[in-house]
Design a protein around this ligand. Sequence first.
Ligand code: AMP
Length: 211
Amino acid sequence: MNLIFLGAPGAGKGTQAEYVCERMSIPAISTGNMLREAVKNGTPDGVKAKDFMDRGDLVPDEVVIGIIKDRIAQDDAQNGFILDGFPRTVEQADALEKMGVKIDLVVEIYVPEERICARMSGRRVCDSCGASYHIDYKPTKVDGKCDSCDGNAVQRADDDPSTVLSRLNTYHEKTAPLRDFYARIGKLKTVEGQEEIDDTRRLTFEAIGLK
Ligand code: AMP
């Protein structure tokens, strides 16, 4: 199955993508994680992406499309994958179609905007493997330490409240139109993000048809 997880920043799509990828044994491919890694390592893509990410803007389509093209060509993605954070523009969705990628389902995780900012302030991410946490909803076992590797669970620079607003505006302007794009072809299912992560997980699994 090839799945897309759609949703505003902070809606919890990364967390749900991790659960589904574990259950289905297919990789969760997060362009945000790959770009953060590229920035950290100072690769040419990272150098191109850094300023856009710091401002909360989208990285140019050609950079992200190139990254995705290479990633889905890898062996572990041949039996399916979850795209988390891609596509984010109609142009990226078109590029996916042109690559011949067949999408089975688009899962939108919907959280009302007034709850997004509060959620983002508690969000943490592992600076080594990219695993996501939340100080209230999904805390690490040891304070500040990733559960899966020896990385540190830190706040992302672009989760700062001023950047969050700019990211939400970008989402409404450039990414939200994708809901209609996929709804029109009957591929969109919306899951309401719940207060408890496990409740959202149950609804997400139901939407995909997982028991
Ligand atoms: P995320 O971790 O998905 O919230 O992404 C963090 C940042 O990476 C975004 O604010 C963008 O600057 C950049 N980014 C991630 N995915 C994409 C994408 N598909 N297109 C453009 N920029 C992206």
